[in-house]
Write a protein that binds this ligand. Sequence first.
Ligand code: NAP
Length: 329
Amino acid sequence: MNSSETQMKAVTIPEFGAAEVLRLAGVAVPEAGPGQVAIDVAFAGANFAEVLYRRGVVDVPLPFVPGIEVAGRVRAVGEGVGHLTVGQPVAALTIVDSGGYAEVVVTSADLVAPLDGLGMGMDVAAALPSNSTTAFLVLDRVARVERGERVLVHAAAGGVGSQLGQAARQLGAGRVVGTVGGAAKVETALGFGYDEVVLRDQVADAGEFDVVVDMVGGPTRRASLDRLAPMGRLVVMGNASGADDVGIPANELWFTNKTVSGFNLAAFSAAFPGDTGRALRRAVAAAAAGDLRVQVESLPLEQAGEAHRRIESGRTTGKLVLDVAAGGA
Ligand SMILES: NC(=O)c1ccc[n+]([C@@H]2O[C@H](COP(=O)([O-])OP(=O)(O)OC[C@H]3O[C@@H](n4cnc5c(N)ncnc54)[C@H](OP(=O)(O)O)[C@@H]3O)[C@@H](O)[C@H]2O)c1
């Protein structure tokens, strides 16, 4: 996109609803303020989070441009930003104010990872900021996984599930087990480095774990609590099933020496941008070193609605990204 243009292409949410509400529209090009960077977007990740924004689960002002992560090239830097240069290839979290489903997005310079010299495709780079950063933060910062510990991850073939197993391994976990909703995903999940993958409705037979990560919710939440060993930690980080909230019995935690924690990347990024950026750069380095595999499928930006439908179907594996610059910037 020409740097003098004032209008750009973006996918917007004009009203809350089903995937059909998403609209390609012309909107004003955002400009980088102090401490921020503007990015010419090559690819934008497509996530469950954007589905929740579109459904109105998160109350955002309309019309709204979703998009919590991108890869592209630095278009401009705001006042006080000395470590990034125009034209530099970057991956970035745009999760605090969203806006990634667009030709240009602005985000905090703290939430950026340079890609220079890594030889990483922009499609792969766009798939890392949300799920891979989350995986490291959840296991290292929240669950505080220790060497040799047993880790159980639900929806192990999905976007974030595929990263959590590999991150657990990197952090020195011992046995790493995943669950999937159906037999068709077992092989895919095993390909992400899990020692064992079990069907979620048979998780009661999977043994005890020091850490369980639940982004599915509903009956899976209770089953997760039941799988914790003494001093075990359950991290609650999503509700992909769309089930009603599940109460956590505090007295049971007291009697059984169990801990339940929550993690939300949007709130964490706003409160701790420095820590989030460090985790993002760690994830990018791990992917560049071949220690973190991401399975990516790309759709044109214009097919954002199709991406949302696929995510909502629960049938996807790995990660969908949207090609914003039609072939990459
Ligand atoms: N807290 C955070 O900061 C954070 C960060 C990233 C993601 N998340 C959350 O983690 C969850 C997964 O995100 P993701 O990006 O990995 O998405 P994804 O790739 O689409 O994976 C979601 C998986 O959830 C399972 N699932 C169970 N019931 C479902 C239903 N009714 N509809 C759709 N999927 C269902 C499916 O796996 P099976 O077939 O194996 O059941 C599905 O593949 C979402 O809830 C998301 O909001 C949270």
